[in-house]
Design a protein around this ligand. Structure first.
Ligand code: ZN
Length: 400
């Protein structure tokens, strides 16, 4: 997968898992979270790497051990050659042996644990029998090792070191909020794309590793509490407030700032052509049929210039749709943001959307942060600019 495609996929995945669209009918969520009493249990992250498999093959080139859900040793040895694991009525079958357990833990030192043909994972692999009677595989590894595999893609090794350090603190903070919120679940991060990203050690990079190491144990706090440090590619001139985008309580560190620093981003201005047939088809798929699309305009425009509704004029009626939903349904890779500057019909009867920025617009603008790093700003200055009132704090217990 090329860097560009992979990066786009990650942004897309990030968009899906980070965003609860404003149209969902839930109470206003508080983004502020108190820090857990013992942070030492949060130095390892759990990533879902396989889901709903009828069987899997596991191997390890070095010393290994396999434990059941009571911590009892099922087997161990100097090397593991392709064990086949299957879910069975009474538990999990390891080669020919049936182990009455909800999950197995495979541990190996050194070269990692190979699961199927796809990935080699560090430290520990949990194999769960799920509610459907299939296997889910979860890798548990040090949070900073995970970050070393993710930052080369969430950022770019060509960026200034201070920018990469800002990204490392933001990614660590964001991951930790997921870990705290999902403590009772089987895994913290569920993305297949993200798990592939860190799966190979070859994607690690000396400079991004340096950024992770230099910020060891550092997360963003606002008045002593953690919050999801959202970020996006390009704001297009101003970041926006989390409470304008999602059903959340206003948060001072996610209230939006002016940003003149992302003008060199390739996504600063964009144009997308969408035919009325495509709009009709995609809205119908979402259970919102329109009998034709005669025109489109934006509405509910916030103080940063982002629209929160699209108004679709069809033959018989006007239909109002949530702007975030509309972008996702049509194509978030083409309709890159809700900061729409113009919509016009072209001669072929399609609609030309002109807009600025890429992403939801909440939190740090990555292209702005990249430029501030080039200008010589330190990562803590960059972070306090995009997250007003928040501070990067080093927590010893998190250092692992
Ligand atoms: Zn910006």
């Amino acid at each position: 997968m090329s860097f560009r495609i992979l990066r786009s996929s990650i942004l897309l995945v990030f968009f899906f898992f980070a965003v609860t669209p404003v149209f969902s009918a839930e109470r206003l969520r508080d983004l502020s979270m108190p820090l857990p009493a013992d942070l030492r249990t949060f130095t390892k992250i759990r990533i879902l790497v396989e889901q709903d498999r009828p069987k899997i093959q596991v191997s390890a080139p070095a010393v290994f051990e396999v434990l059941d859900d009571q911590g009892r040793v099922v087997t161990n040895g100097p090397k593991l050659n392709g064990a086949t694991v299957r879910p069975v009525d009474k538990g999990i079958q390891w080669w020919t042996r049936i182990v009455p357990t909800r999950f197995l833990v495979v541990r190996s030192i050194g070269s990692g644990i190979r699961v199927g043909s796809k990935g080699v994972y560090r430290d520990e692999v949990f194999i769960y029998k799920n509610a459907k009677g299939k296997l889910d595989v979860v890798n548990r590894l040090k949070l900073d090792d995970y970050l070393k595999g993710v930052i080369p893609f969430e950022g770019n090794p060509a960026w200034a070191l201070e920018s990469l350090k800002a990204q490392a603190v933001v990614s660590r903070t964001f991951a930790l909020t997921r870990m705290i919120a999902r403590e009772k679940e089987e895994y913290d991060v569920s993305s297949g794309v993200i798990s592939q990203v860190y799966a190979g050690k070859e994607i690690e990079n000396a400079k991004t590793n340096e950024a992770v190491d230099a910020t060891r144990g550092e997360i963003l706090l606002y008045k002593g509490k953690i919050f999801p440090a959202y970020f996006h590619s390009t704001c297009g001139g101003a970041t926006t407030a989390a409470d304008l985008v999602w059903k959340v309580k206003p948060h001072p560190a996610l209230s939006g700032v002016e940003c003149k620093f992302c003008q060199k981003s390739p996504h600063y201005k964009w144009e997308a052509v969408v035919t009325s047939a495509e709009i009709k088809e995609k809205l119908a798929k979402e259970g919102m049929p329109v009998d034709g699309v005669l025109g489109i305009r934006t509405d509910k425009i916030d103080r940063t210039g982002r629209a929160h509704q699209f108004v679709i004029q069809s033959t018989w009626a006007e239909k109002r749709v949530d702007a975030d939903g509309f972008r996702v349904w049509i194509d978030p890779m083409r309709l890159k943001s809700n900061m729409i500057t113009k919509i016009r019909a072209n001669d072929a009867g399609a609609f030309v959307f002109k807009g600025k920025g890429w992403g939801h617009g909440v939190g740090m603008c990555q292209y702005g942060m990249k430029y501030l790093g080039e200008l010589g700003y330190g990562y803590r200055e960059i972070l306090s600019y995009y997250y007003p009132g928040a501070q990067a704090s080093r927590l010893k217990e998190l250092e692992g």
